[in-house]
Design a protein around this ligand. Structure first.
Ligand SMILES: Nc1ncnc2c1ncn2[C@@H]1O[C@H](COP(=O)(O)OP(=O)(O)O)[C@@H](O)[C@H]1O
Ligand SMILES: N[C@@H](CCC(=O)OP(=O)(O)O)C(=O)O
Length: 367
């Protein structure tokens, strides 16, 4: 549908519990209703949900546990299942299916895992299933976790190729100081640029429910806005807030998406030097350079080097000309088997497939 947008909605523990010790079902169903309405209009919605730890506490009737990481992981393991059941129940009221994705930082930093997560997310969205994402708290160690769902939602927004990221919390937006402690704090409606002065006004969470407060929301806004995604921080209990953000009605604090988003997104994928070469014919060079096409197996004439799926490789001509660099959707062994073949043959030859293209145009930088 024309004008269809992808929106990632992050709901903090503060929103899901309404500041109480239990999940506020009546409030969550209202947010689900807004999401269902937007999905019916052709938009794509991704939910990033906190609340597993709070749900675990509620489910186990507020147990007396030592203040350790293991206790939090225990609570998250118990609570995540109640939490996902709740999302499932509430979306089913509107006949919408959900798909659970539990991620860690490791899923974003390893290229192959990044691509796998991105494929799953896209497949869910293509099939009108709402992805419901949380950090995999039960297994995430200090080294591999994102640590807070604000930053996780920014990564999810990049994965989903989102237009907008909405961080719903218990305040109307970002204030000039923490409104809980400073009665003179004013709402900041627009942020053009995130700088040190702005970072300083954002404090941590004082409610004891959330993780990170406004500080992690600003970090998330920085990551997402640099990737060309508009970010809004707003109150979860503001009537019609999700629809307002989708319709660009002024609400909460809006961070402008930065320019040249595609290149920034691509750069996020790149970094290491190419791990191998894909040699292509003249037809493929024309398609890539003149028509901005993805690279298909048909245009390949050879593969050099050993690399895994998700690795950055060079596309070059038979004469050795550097054409483009891009993320290969297949490993080098698989590519050697499908050199020169039609895309329809891929699954027959390999016994599996990751789609018809070898390197997608969105994952490619022309040299
Ligand atoms: N400059 C600020 N503007 C608004 N809120 C702030 C600011 N600095 C700190 N905060 C605090 O951040 C809290 C929201 O973050 P947090 O408790 O982590 O909630 P969530 O569960 O929604 O992520 C607010 O309740 C507020 O006390
Ligand atoms: N993953 C954790 C939430 C972590 C988090 O960032 O919480 P919040 O600040 O409330 O968004 C959970 O499900 O309890």
């Amino acid at each position: 549908m024309n004008g269809s947008q992808t929106l990632v909605v992050k709901l903090g523990t503060s929103v899901l519990t309404g500041g109480s010790r239990r999940l506020n079902r009546a409030h969550i169903v209202e947010l689900v209703r807004q999401c269902a309405q937007l999905q019916a209009q052709g938009h794509r919605i991704v939910i990033v949900t906190s609340g597993a730890i709070a749900a675990g506490r509620e489910h186990l009737d507020y147990p007396n546990l030592p203040a350790t990481i293991a206790s939090k992981q225990l609570l998250a393991a118990v609570g995540q299942s109640s939490l996902i059941q709740l999302w499932e129940q509430l979306f089913s009221i509107y006949g919408i299916h959900i798909g659970q994705m539990l991620l860690t930082r490791a899923d974003m930093e390893d290229r192959e895992r990044f691509l796998n997560a991105r494929d799953t997310l896209r497949a869910l969205l293509d099939n009108h299933i709402v992805p419901v994402i949380n950090e995999n708290d039960a297994v995430a160690t200090q080294e591999i976790k994102v640590g807070d769902n604000d930053n996780l939602s920014a990564l999810a927004a990049i994965l989903a190729d989102a237009d907008k990221l909405l961080l719903l919390t218990d305040q109307p937006g970002l204030f000039s100081a923490d409104p809980r402690t400073d009665p003179d704090a004013r709402l900041i409606p627009e942020v053009e640029e995130i700088n040190d002065a702005l970072r300083q006004i954002a404090g941590g969470s004082v409610s004891g429910l959330g993780t990170g407060g406004m500080a992690t929301k600003i970090q998330a806004a920085e990551v997402a806005s640099r990737a060309g995604i508009t970010v809004v921080i707003a109150a979860g209990n503001k009537p019609g807030v999700i629809g307002d953000v989708m319709a660009d009605v002024s609400v909460g604090t809006r961070f402008h998406a930065q320019k040249m988003p595609l290149e920034t997104r691509k750069r996020w994928l790149f970094g290491p030097p190419p791990a191998g070469d894909i040699i292509v014919d003249e037809g493929a060079i024309k398609a890539v350079l003149e028509r901005g096409s993805s690279l298909l197996p048909k245009g390949m004439v050879g593969v050099e080097g050993d690399f895994s799926r998700g690795t950055v490789v060079r596309i070059r001509s038979q004469a050795g000309r550097d054409i483009a660099h891009g993320v290969s959707r297949y490993n080098s062994d698989a590519l050697r088997m499908i050199v020169g073949q039609h895309s329809q043959q891929i699954s027959q030859i390999l016994g599996y497939e990751y789609g018809p293209v070898v390197i997608h145009r969105d994952d490619m930088i022309i040299r």
